[in-house]
Design a protein around this ligand. Structure first.
Ligand code: HEC
Length: 153
């Protein structure tokens, strides 16, 4: 049952408040804009990607292949969601999604540390290739030097 659009005493032009202490104000349309703004754009997708990229690296060192696969899947998800919010980035991301992630997945499934780290270097190059294409080459990605993660094997 659809309750949203046709209720005559709450047309979309009426201003109301939602959320704790009514922080979400305005018409329905204005509230969607506020929520969209809070969801952010590609930057937050990249902050999450960066964290998961580091976790992927250490998962390889621990030979924790299940954790590695988990992190790779979440990188895919966060980039896909980021592209939904910022479709102008999609063209540059295509090769990363279609080639780099599947190749990294093959390396994880091989459960071979040497192969994993060779592939991880290619994966890192793919991050930097997209940064170059998107005119943000100053985000130079290199494998992490020290571990911050509490997830260890
Ligand atoms: C679409 C291609 C694309 C791919 C693939 C990509 N990036 Fe990015 N990255 C960007 C863009 C664009 C920005 C700048 C975002 C902005 O200005 O909103 C960025 C920004 C960043 C930042 C800075 C985020 C911040 O706000 O502090 C980091 C860190 C980062 N990327 C890491 C990575 C890593 C690690 C990978 C690979 C696992 C990767 N990126 C893959 C496009 C990409």
């Amino acid at each position: 049952m659809i309750l949203t659009s046709s209720c005559s005493n709450s047309p979309r032009t009426v201003e109301t408040s939602n959320g704790k202490d009514g922080w979400l104000k305005g018409t329905d349309s204005e509230k969607f804009d506020v929520v969209a703004n809070q969801l952010r754009g590609f930057d937050m997708a990249m902050v999450e990607t960066s964290y998961r990229y580091q976790e992927l690296y250490w998962a390889g060192q621990d030979e924790n292949w299940e954790y590695a696969l988990y992190q790779l899947e979440k990188i895919r998800k966060t980039i896909e969601n980021g592209l939904e919010r910022r479709p102008k980035r999609a063209e540059s991301a295509q090769r990363f999604l279609d080639v780099s992630i599947p190749e990294m997945e093959i390396a994880i499934n091989a459960k071979d540390t040497t192969f994993f780290y060779e592939s991880f270097d290619l994966f890192t190059n793919a991050c930097n290739n997209c940064h170059a294409q998107e005119q943000v080459p100053f985000f130079t990605i290199k494998p992490p030097l020290s571990r911050l993660s509490p997830v260890r094997k």
